[in-house]
Every structure is written in structure tokens, then in C-alpha cells.
Design a protein around this ligand. Sequence first.
Ligand code: 5GP
Ligand code: ZN
Length: 114
Amino acid sequence: MDNCLFCKIIAGDIPSKKIYEDDDLLAFHDISPQAPVHFLVIPKKHFANVMETKPEDSALLGKLLHKAQELLAEQGCAEKGGRFVINCKSDGMQTVEHVHLHVLGGRTLGWPPG
Ligand code: 5GP
Ligand code: ZN
């Protein structure tokens, strides 16, 4: 998708610190980490937000979630876990309009969100 920051990261036009990549997914460190572990897992297929995904995308989204938990474990957070977050549109404070799962760990995270 033209003018999408994360599509440009997928294309390699903007550099990122990659953690994992396959034909469907890319995982990379967040540029502004909010926890000792904070990375993003994105589908290579462009969706502006999670509400644009469809039932036929279920396999892709399931694969994304399971890769995310595998990577969180690899980052040393298997025992204590962490948080999986998808912000959506304005009330969710989404700032990049390409679906991304935030994966955070390495410290106790507050709840509820502010
Ligand atoms: P959102 O607010 O849309 O849920 O999250 C967007 C996330 O993307 C933010 O946590 C932000 O720090 C991250 N981000 C924005 N621009 C870049 C970038 O160029 N590279 C990387 N690695 N992360 C970015
Ligand atoms: Zn995109």
C-alpha cells in the first residue's frame, strides 16, 4: 500500500530491527519501546486496522498470534508472560494504519490503560 509506513518497512525501504520474517509475517522491535521487550508483529498483507480483517483472514491472524507468543518466549518472557495489544482507530490511539500486534514483556505492566 502506497504511503504506509509498515508496508515500507516490509519492502525494506525503511530499515527496522527484524526479529522474524516469513512469507506472511514480519516481526521487528518497536522504535520507541515501552517495556524491556517491545516488538511488533505484522501481516505482510495490508489492513488499515483490525476491524478491516475478515473471517477469511482467520488463519493468517491465528498464525500471527502464535508466532507472537513463540517470539515472546524466545525473548525470555515465557514464565512471566507479558501483554499482546492491538490498538484500533482513534479511540484505541492507533497511529500507524497497518494492523500490528504490540508484544510487551520484561516488566509488570499497569492495568487499566490510561
Ligand atoms: P500504534 O500507536 O499505532 O498502536 O503503534 C505504532 C507503533 O509503531 C508505536 O509503538 C511506534 O513507536 C512504532 N513505530 C512508529 N514508527 C516506527 C518506525 O519507523 N519503526 C519502528 N520500528 N516502529 C515504529
Ligand atoms: Zn501497510
